[in-house]
Write a protein that binds this ligand. Structure first.
Ligand SMILES: Nc1nc2c(ncn2[C@@H]2O[C@H](COP(=O)(O)OP(=O)(O)OP(=O)(O)O)[C@@H](O)[C@H]2O)c(=O)[nH]1
Ligand SMILES: [Mg+2]
Length: 326
């Protein structure tokens, strides 16, 4: 109770890093396993690098980004810098970091906006509503006041799901009836947040496929309605991507970005079977800031994206070999 806030934040963070390592690809550090096994004799040659490239492609990194990583490594090989697996590991680590570091840009809530509006978008089931709940908890812990807008008026039970997160965090949820115009709900919520001097408004929206042009136009309308209130709003259009969808998540990101302009990405469900390579593809191809990663359903299972931590988890030696025998 008397613990300083920073201490508890640090404790929470180290717990998260442990969970990330244990949960990413179900605790199976495919990359370090494969590195050790691709070069059984310890010698690194072109064949080893080709196998590594195939491994990266299979881990959702995608062909182009895998090629980029491999061209870095092939240059090192040509300079005789890849004497052994450890050197390869270091080279790979540098290459992954050079791709991820530029997008590891945290979400900053500017105090001048009131409210700062975060519009949550993505395909069905990606984790939008859950991410709102987690984000609300986090923003409250950081001292911001928060309000939620139930902009998913389409799916039965979506409003109740958001209200449950609101009740859990003691945060007001502005909602209308099922079937109401989402732009009108979010507009009302904006007005309420402004009149009550709320710092951050988190607006939920219904899941939609990037190919459903009518529904994409609905998101544009929400943006227009907000911009009429404040030309800077929404300050963040946050796309939520489910890591287990692999390269399909990249296609979603490209389309959402093209039609409505995405300013930040949250990648969820890195605790499942996803290998996590999709983050490299997103970073390399789109360069959109990755704000948060999710590794579970609970409020504490989300943290700001940290490139070093993530690469460490991908390359970690711990807990990696035991469960690989099956
Ligand atoms: N394992 C795991 N499950 C998650 C994570 N994030 C969300 N979920 C689960 O994914 C399911 C869908 O999450 P929602 O937040 O309802 O997704 P949504 O994008 O709002 O879905 P729609 O509103 O139907 O489009 C829920 O069962 C969540 O608990 C995560 O990081 N890890
Ligand atoms: Mg939802």
């Amino acid at each position: 109770m008397f613990r300083k806030k920073n201490d508890s934040a640090a404790t929470q963070k180290s717990g998260f890093v442990k969970r990330l390592r244990a949960r990413l690809n179900r605790g199976d550090s495919w990359l370090s396993y494969d590195l050790a096994n691709l070069a059984p004799g310890g010698k690194i040659d072109e064949d080893v690098l080709d196998d590594l490239e195939a491994t990266l492609v299979m881990a959702d990194v995608g062909v182009d980004t895998a090629e980029r990583i491999l061209s870095d490594l092939k240059r090192s090989l040509a300079r005789n810098e890849l004497a052994d697996v450890q050197a390869l590991r270091n080279g790979l680590q540098q290459s992954l970091l050079s791709i991820l570091e530029p997008v590891a840009r945290p979400l900053e809530i500017s105090a001048s906006a009131s409210p700062f509006v975060i519009l949550m978008v993505g395909v069905n089931g990606a984790g939008k509503t859950t991410t709102i709940g987690k984000l609300a908890r986090r923003l409250l812990d950081e001292g911001h006041s928060v309000m939620l807008a139930a902009g998913d008026t389409f799916r039965a039970a979506a409003i109740e799901q958001l209200q449950a997160w609101g009740a859990q965090n003691d945060v007001t949820v502005i909602a209308q009836q099922h079937g109401a115009d989402p732009a009108a709900v979010i507009f009302d919520a904006y007005e309420a947040a402004r009149s009550r001097n709320v710092d951050v408004l988190l607006a939920d929206t219904a899941g939609r496929l990037q190919s459903q042009s009518g529904l994409m136009a609905e998101l544009e309308k929400i943006k227009r309605v907000l911009a009429r209130q404040d030309a800077r709003a929404p300050q963040e259009v946050m796309l939520v991507l489910d890591a287990s969808q692999g390269q399909n998540a990249l296609v979603q990101a490209e389309e959402f970005h093209r039609t409505i302009g995405v300013t930040g990405i949250t990648v969820t469900k890195l605790d499942g079977s996803a290998k996590g390579g999709i983050l490299l593809a997103i970073a390399d191809k789109l360069g959109i800031p990755v704000r948060f990663i999710g590794i579970g359903e609970k409020a504490e299972d989300m943290q700001a994206f940290d490139a070093n931590e993530f690469v460490d988890a991908l390359l970690s030696n711990e807990e990696s070999h035991g469960n690989r025998s099956a």
